[in-house]
Design a protein around this ligand. Structure first.
Ligand code: FAD
Length: 393
């Protein structure tokens, strides 16, 4: 239902929508697409232009994999997302997910490999010798194995966000960019969204504002904290470029010995993108997400990545070719927040994607749209309840 509700003679025109999506990054863009395709009237707002570099959804590439070592609900989200990515590609005529295969490298009996084996996703297991022979770009440790997943690949994040927003608009959604949501006030009519360009009324709101999510609903005290991480690119050694393109170098995640690292082939001539996580690379908490923009990556942030490259990827030059700061929302238990908080029935909170959300974004968008329109979803969101954190001091 989209209509004008302006007081007679007043300049202010309040428009009504079934669903308002606040934030059009990975999650909000997909939610707007899914809500619009269901026939609902939708408005999507973002303070910047979709595909921008100030949130969590930039940097040219993201890993898609279904052979996950995170907990069980995520496999359902990744499976559903694969189909939706393909559908969005077909509708937009844009390549969004290049299937170059993926490797999970880890200790044979370690928890990551054990969890991945339990997913039911097809893979080929390579012992250390087979891994070295087939993928000599890697230097595995003593008891490492490689699980090769043919369905894994590289997502183009900016293109995926733009395609989903364009699809939502083509289905009738009103998209307002360069518009900052200032407040969300709920009453028995729905939620009044006040932005720096106007006022809108929506039956339900999907709040998908990335690192800004908790700040827009301070009364819920959601423990979603912005954390900075740095993306770094490395050039192949002389003569090794072809070995590090998507044809020969699958995306990888490594969980072996001291290393928790990941990498993405050179998809655009910028080099191989590599990151590290875990104790070798402590990440900085941000008091305000905006701090991230003003702070270029430091040597202290990129040195652990270079050390990982030196030890694990012998075909790359260990000098950082370029780097860029990114950030994501983190929760105390490391899991997403996706659901309707008790006491706030007209709001779907969609945040805390903890450095691994992009692969799941289309399914997160589907679940958020279903929750907004039907207060229920076919996807397993139970573990992601915004109410699970309980009393906080
Ligand atoms: C370094 C790094 C590497 C990653 N690698 C991977 C990977 O390989 N694979 C993977 O699956 N995931 C990966 N992720 C995680 C993934 O990129 C994120 O989980 C995902 O992009 C989060 O999207 P989002 O929509 O929640 O946030 P965002 O993309 O930040 O979107 C939030 C949007 O809200 C808007 N907004 C904020 N406040 C307001 C307001 N007041 N009014 C209007 N609009 C507002 C912002 O402008 C922004 O566009 C990585 C993350 C990082 C940081």
């Amino acid at each position: 239902m989209d209509g004008a509700d302006g007081a007679r003679g007043a300049v202010l025109m309040v428009r009504r929508y079934d669903v308002a999506v606040v934030g059009l990054g990975a999650m909000g863009a997909m939610a707007a697409w899914q809500a619009a395709r269901s026939g609902a009237t939708v408005i999507g707002l973002d303070r910047f232009t979709p595909g921008h570099k100030r949130g969590s959804s930039h940097g040219g590439s993201r890993i898609f994999r279904m052979l996950l070592f995170e907990d069980a609900p995520y496999v359902s989200f990744a499976r559903a997302s694969l189909g939706l990515y393909r559908e969005l590609e077909a509708r937009s005529g844009t390549g969004l997910l290049d299937r170059c295969g993926g490797l999970l490298i880890g200790s044979r009996d370690g928890p990551a490999v054990a969890a991945a084996r339990r997913t039911g996703v097809p893979y080929e297991e390579l012992d250390g010798d087979a891994l070295r022979a087939r993928f000599p770009q890697h230097a595995p440790a003593g008891d490492d194995v490689g699980l090769y997943e043919p369905t894994a690949g590289v997502i183009r994040p900016e293109a995926a966000v733009r395609a989903a927003v364009a699809e939502a608009a083509a289905l009738g959604a009103r998209i307002e960019t360069g518009t900052r949501c200032l407040s969300l006030a709920q009453d028995d009519r729905g939620t009044t969204i006040t932005s720096d360009s106007g006022v809108h009324l929506a039956r339900t709101v999907i709040l998908a504002a990335g690192c800004w999510t908790a700040g827009l609903l301070p009364e819920l005290a959601l423990p979603i904290r912005p954390q900075r991480s740095v993306l770094s690119w490395f050039r192949p050694a002389e003569g090794a470029a072809a070995d590090h393109g998507p044809g020969r170098f699958p995306v990888f995640v490594r969980r072996s010995g001291q290393w928790q690292g990941w990498g993405i082939p050179d998809v655009d001539g910028s080099g191989v993108k590599v990151g590290v996580s875990g104790p070798a690379s402590p990440k900085r908490w941000l008091t305000r997400p905006e701090e991230n923009w003003a702070t270029p990556p430091s040597g202290a942030e990129t040195d652990p990545v270079a050390a990982f490259v030196r030890s694990a990827l012998p075909g790359l030059r260990p000098a950082v070719a370029s780097s860029r700061a990114c950030m994501d929302g983190r929760t105390p238990d490391g899991h997403f927040v996706l659901g309707i908080p008790a006491g706030r029935p007209g709001t779907v909170v969609c945040g805390g994607f903890a450095g691994h959300g992009f692969k799941h974004a289309p399914a997160v968008g589907l679940a958020a749209a279903q929750l907004a329109l039907e207060a229920a979803t076919e996807l397993p969101v139970g573990a992601f309840s915004p109410d699970r954190f309980g009393e906080r001091s």
